[in-house]
Design a protein around this ligand. Structure first.
Ligand code: GUN
Length: 303
């Protein structure tokens, strides 16, 4: 019997490393002009997943020559204190980008905090001004995970133009902005996009139509092989920690896609970890360099 073909693995680590290598050159150019890109990374509380993400973001800053300004606030810090910090960072010329890790402690309004960040320092692309500009197809900071998904597709040779992209998940961080990015009349876009969510009836009917399927709903291994069209490109945005007694830690990371089975049907698939995750950080760095270029009046090669 012929062995079953399995999907090509889209290597987010490798692609993000190439993006970071390009950024290093831009950063060297800025440094020659006396500018060091600066990113303030704000963490409120001690959510274990957020701590891991923030550490990775700060580490990447150090690796590529972005100065990171760390602000760790306690879980019980007041909204007023956080808003005061943002105000200070908005006025600090060494800080070109401000990132407030989400989720915030429950007593703090995410909306008030995100809206307090100056749009030109909003390298996460969460401020309504940037969200609106993204939808209008205008120059903006696009949020990092959607931009990372788009870059993964482009750089691995799967141009979404004319393709049917089905996104499962309608969050403000991934689903909605990714749809806005991919429907634009622009390079790396021009897709036909469908968004499915928890109230969609018969999700499989839609996902089986996808040339490119993006899973971003935060449900471990929700996308089963029967929900995927043979030959589809599958992008898994999910990061879920599930119990696994065979591991020393007692847990393991899985995406929103049942990887082993779906890999037998798909043409290409992103792994978890090592797929979209590293791309989110690469896009954050790219946005920070872009912000530093703009603030210092240097031409940015980043779009
Ligand atoms: N929490 C989960 N994803 C993100 C992200 O991309 N940015 C921020 N700030 N918080 C997050």
């Amino acid at each position: 019997m012929k062995p079953k073909k399995t999907a090509k693995i889209i290597d987010g680590k490798k692609i993000s490393a190439a993006i970071l290598a390009d950024l290093r050159r831009d950063i060297a150019m800025l440094r020659d002009k006396g500018v060091t890109p600066g990113l303030a990374v704000v963490l409120a509380g001690a959510d274990p997943a957020s701590e891991v993400y923030v550490k990775a973001k700060r580490r990447t800053c150090a690796e590529i020559g972005v100065e990171s300004f760390s602000h760790d606030l306690p879980e019980n810090c007041t909204e007023k204190r956080l808003l005061k910090l943002i105000d200070k960072l908005n006025g600090d010329s060494r800080v070109h980008g401000i990132l407030v890790q989400l989720p915030l402690p429950r007593h703090i309004s995410e909306k008030r905090v995100l809206e307090a960040i100056l749009p030109e320092k909003d390298v996460d692309g969460f401020h309504p001004v940037n969200v609106g500009r993204l939808l209008n197809g205008e120059e903006c900071f696009a949020s990092c995970t959607p931009a990372g998904c788009q870059a993964l597709l482009q750089r691995s040779g799967y141009d979404p133009a004319g393709k049917h992209v089905v996104i499962v998940g309608r969050s403000n961080i991934v689903g909605k902005p990714l749809a806005a990015l991919l429907i634009q009349k622009a390079a790396g876009a021009n897709a036909t996009v469908t968004i499915c969510h928890s109230r969609t009836r018969n999700i499989g009917k839609f996902t089986r139509e996808a040339d490119i399927l993006v899973a971003a709903m935060g449900v471990p291994e929700f996308i089963k092989p029967r929900m995927v069209r043979k030959g589809a490109i599958v992008i898994d945005v999910g990061v879920n920690r599930i119990p696994d007694q065979t591991r020393k830690s007692g847990t393991r990371l899985v995406g929103d896609v049942a990887f082993a089975g779906v890999a037998k049907k798909a043409r290409a698939i992103t792994p978890v970890p090592g797929g979209v995750g590293p791309m989110t950080i690469a896009m954050l760095m790219s946005n920070t360099v872009k912000a530093a270029c703009r603030a210092s009046g240097n031409a940015s090669k980043r779009t």
